[in-house]
Design a protein around this ligand. Structure first.
Ligand code: ZN
Length: 83
C-alpha cells in the first residue's frame, strides 16, 4: 500500500493557498518525493547553507518514505528542490 499523505494533506491545504514544501530524494535511479523540514542558517552571514533536511518516515502515517512514497519522474517543478 502506498503512502499518499503528501497529496491528501496538500488537498486540505489548498483551500488556504498553502502546500507542503517537498524535495526529491534519489534512491538508486529513482526519485522519491519527500516533505521538506524547514531549516535556517545559524549564522546569516555564512556562505553555505542552509542544508535541506527530509524525514526518513512519513510525519503523517509513520511509514518509511522510501518504501511507500510513489516515485515520480525527474521533473523539477517550481518550489521543489533537487537534492
Ligand atoms: Zn504517510
Amino acid at each position: 500500500m502506498l503512502c499518499d499523505c503528501i497529496t491528501i494533506v496538500n488537498e486540505d491545504l489548498r483551500q488556504h493557498n498553502t502546500k507542503l514544501s517537498t524535495a526529491f530524494s534519489r534512491v538508486g535511479t529513482r526519485l522519491f518525493v519527500k516533505p521538506l523540514i524547514s531549516t535556517e542558517k545559524i549564522n546569516p552571514r555564512g556562505k553555505s547553507g542552509p542544508m535541506l533536511v527530509t524525514p526518513t518516515y512519513c510525519p503523517f502515517c509513520a511509514r518509511k518514505l522510501a518504501d511507500t512514497v510513489e516515485a515520480e519522474q525527474a521533473t523539477i517543478t517550481e518550489g521543489a528542490t533537487h537534492v
